[in-house]
Ligand binder design. Structure first.
Ligand code: 0RQ
Length: 498
C-alpha cells in the first residue's frame, strides 16, 4: 500500500474538536512538531468564529514549544497528561484553564490502555523512516508511541529529515501484555534488547505522512557553577564511600539521573571520580554529559527513553552511530521506567527536589503547595524502587529567601518511606535505617543552610519531641506562610506558636 504524503495543515485538519491525540516523544526529543503547530492555527480560527476547539493530549513526558507552548497559547488544550516543562502551559494550568493529570511516567501507557483517560483518536508520530508495510522507525525517544499507535484510529507520521536515518536500530520497541496475562519484562541487564527496532502498525491506519525538517527543541543547559559542582561532588563522594563500605558492589550499579543542570553536574562529577568504576545507566533521559562519558569510556552503556541532548550533540551521535550502536538503547517509557526492572537491576536513582522536609518527605512538583511546576516525571518510578534513592537540591532558593528544607513539605510526591539520601551543597543526610527523629537530626545537621539551621532546631522545640514524628501542626507550614506574607522565610517568628 503506497504511503499518502500530505501537508502538515492537511494532517491537522483531520483532528476535530474533542479529540484526544497521542504523541510520540519524551521531553522535547522525538515529539511531533509540525502538525501540532498547524493545529494551533485551526484552533485560533475556530475560536475567532466563536466555535469551541479543544483537544486532549496524551504523551510520554514534556514536549517542545511547538506542541505544549503553541497549543496552550492558542487555548487549544482541554486535558493533558503527563509531565511538562513549558512555561506557557504551566501558566495556563495554574490559571485553571487546563485539566492536567500529573501521573508517573511509567504508568502513562498502561493507563491509556486501561481506558482511564478515554479514547485515542489520532496518533502523531515523529519518524526517521516509515515503510509502506507499516514499519515506523522512531527518532530520539520511545515515549508512549507503541501504545498510541496501536490504540489510535488514525496515525499521522511526521517524517523528519532533521533526524538521520542512522537512528534506525536505536530503539527496542516492546509493549507488555495487560493483566491478567502480563509476564515479567525480561530485562536482566541494561543492555538487554527484548523487542523490535520499529513499531509495526496496520498500514491502513497511516492516513498521512508529513515530511518535515524540524530539529528537536531541547533546552540547552547552563554551564556548571560552583553550587551545582559542589552538589555533584557530594553525590560522587557519597557513592564512592558507599562502594568502599561494600554497600554498593565493586562492579557498581546502574544509575538513573533526572534532567536539569544539577543532574548534568552530578554526572560530570561521577565521571571524574576514578574510584568509581565505569558504570551503566538505566535511566529515562540521556543528557549531554552522559554522551561525553560514553565517549570517554566512563559510561559503558546507556538505556533510556530519550536522547534529551542539544542538537549538535544529537548530530554527533548520529554521525558516530557505528561507535554508539552497541552502547545505547531507547525504550518506551513504561520499560525505561519500569518499577519491576528498576528494582531487579538495583538502580541508584538521583533526582532533584523542589523542597524536602526534616523527616525526608520530598516535594518535586509544587511551588508553595498549590502551583504546579513541571510534574513528577519519572522521579517516583525510580525512587520507590531504587537500590538507593537520592534527592539533590540547593539548600536555599531565591537568593536565600527560601529554605529548601522545611518542617513539613507543602506538597508531597515522595514519602519518607521512599527517600534514602538527601544531598545539598552543604552535605549529605543518610536517612537509611533511621527513625523519623534521627532523620530530622541528620537532615538539619548536614543539609540545611547555616541561615536556617537554628530556625529548624527551634521549630523542633515547639514539638513534644517524643512522638514518632514530632510536629507542631499550627507551625508546620509557617515558613511557607511567612514567605507568602513577607517574601522571606527567615522572618518566621515561632513565638506566636508556643
Ligand atoms: O525558579 O525558574 O524562577 O529560576 O524552581 O529550580 O534550581 O533551576 O532546578 O531546573 O533542576 O528544576 C524539581 C523543578 C528542579 C525539576 C525541578 C525554583 C527555582 C527556579 C527551578 P526560576 P532549579 P531545576 C527526570 C525526573 C520533577 C521531575 C523529575 C523537576 C525553579 O528537577 O521538574 O525529577 N523535577 N523527573 O528558584 C520555590 C522552592 C524552590 C523554588 C527551587 N523550594 N520554593 N521555588 N525553586 N526550589 C525527568 C523526567 O521525568 C522526564
Amino acid at each position: 500500500m503506497a504511503l499518502n504524503y500530505i501537508s502538515a495543515a492537511e494532517a491537522a485538519s483531520l483532528i476535530k474538536h474533542g479529540y484526544n491525540i497521542g504523541l510520540s516523544g519524551f521531553t522535547p526529543a522525538g515529539t511531533a512538531k509540525a502538525v501540532t503547530a498547524e493545529l494551533a492555527k485551526i484552533a485560533e480560527a475556530e475560536h475567532a468564529k466563536g466555535n469551541p476547539f479543544q483537544i486532549g493530549i496524551f504523551t510520554g513526558a514534556s514536549t517542545g514549544d511547538s506542541c505544549d507552548g503553541i497549543l496552550s497559547r492558542a487555548k487549544a488544550i482541554r486535558y493533558r497528561a503527563p509531565y511538562t516543562t513549558n512555561a506557557d502551559f504551566r501558566k495556563a494550568v495554574n490559571n485553571g484553564e487546563i485539566a492536567y493529570n500529573d501521573i508517573h511516567l511509567s504508568q502513562m501507557a498502561q493507563e491509556v490502555r486501561y481506558g482511564f483517560m478515554g479514547k485515542v483518536n489520532v496518533a502523531i508520530i515523529e519518524a526517521c523512516e516509515v515503510t509502506p508495510d507499516g514499519k515506523i522507525y522512531l527518532t530520539a525517544a520511545g515515549g508512549i508511541a507503541p501504545t498510541v499507535c496501536r490504540l489510535a484510529d488514525q496515525i499521522i507520521v511526521e517524517l523528519n529529515a532533521a533526524h538521520s536515518k542512522n537512528a534506525m536500530g536505536l530503539h527496542d520497541v516492546y509493549e507488555p501484555l495487560d493483566p491478567p496475562y502480563r509476564r515479567e519484562i525480561p530485562i536482566y541487564k541494561p543492555s538487554d534488547r527484548i523487542g523490535l527496532p520499529y513499531i509495526q502498525v496496520d498500514p491502513k491506519k497511516i492516513v498521512g505522512v508529513v515530511e518535515t525538517n524540524w530539529p528537536d527543541e531541547a533546552r540547552s543547559f547552563a554551564a556548571a557553577d560552583p553550587l551545582t559542582d559542589k552538589i555533584g561532588q557530594n553525590v560522587a563522594d557519597f557513592l564512592a564511600a558507599d562502594m568502599k563500605r561494600g554497600i554498593i558492589p565493586p562492579t557498581f550499579l546502574p544509575l538513573q539521573s533526572g534532567v536539569g543542570n544539577i543532574a548534568n553536574a552530578v554526572l560530570g562529577a561521577l565521571g571524574r571520580d576514578k574510584t568509581i568504576p565505569a558504570f551503566e545507566m538505566y535511566t529515562e533521559v540521556i543528557q549531554n554529559s552522559v554522551i561525553g562519558l560514553i565517549r570517554e569510556g566512563r559510561v559503558k552503556f546507556g538505556s533510556a527513553c530519550s536522547l534529551t541532548v542539544t542538537n549538535d550533540c544529537l548530530e554527533g551521535i548520529y554521525q558516530d552511530m557505528d561507535f554508539f550502536r552497541d552502547k545505547l538503547v531507547l525504550r518506551p517509557s513504561e520499560i525505561s521506567n519500569s518499577p519491576e526492572v528498576v528494582r531487579r537491576l538495583g538502580v541508584i536513582s538521583i533526582n532533584t527536589a523542589i523542597e524536602a522536609d526534616i523527616y525526608g518527605n520530598v516535594n518535586s512538583t509544587h511551588i508553595g503547595g498549590t502551583k504546579m511546576m513541571n510534574g513528577i516525571g519519572g522521579s517516583g518510578d525510580f525512587t520507590r524502587n531504587a537500590y538507593i534513592s537520592i534527592f539533590t537540591c540547593p539548600s536555599v532558593a531565591k537568593e536565600g529567601k527560601i529554605s529548601a528544607i522545611v518542617p513539613m513539605v507543602s506538597h508531597m510526591d515522595h514519602t519518607e518511606h521512599d527517600v534514602n539520601i538527601i544531598i545539598t551543597e552543604q552535605g549529605v543526610a543518610d536517612l537509611r535505617g533511621k527513625s523519623p527523629k534521627e532523620r530530622a537530626q541528620a537532615i538539619i545537621e548536614n543539609c540545611v543552610h547555616p541561615d536556617y539551621k537554628n530556625i529548624l532546631w527551634d521549630y523542633l522545640k515547639l514539638t513534644d519531641g517524643k512522638s514518632q514524628t514530632p510536629h507542631a501542626l499550627r507551625a508546620a507550614l509557617a515558613m511557607h506562610a511567612e514567605l507568602a506574607q513577607s517574601g522571606d522565610m527567615k522572618n518566621v517568628d515561632w513565638a506566636q506558636y508556643k
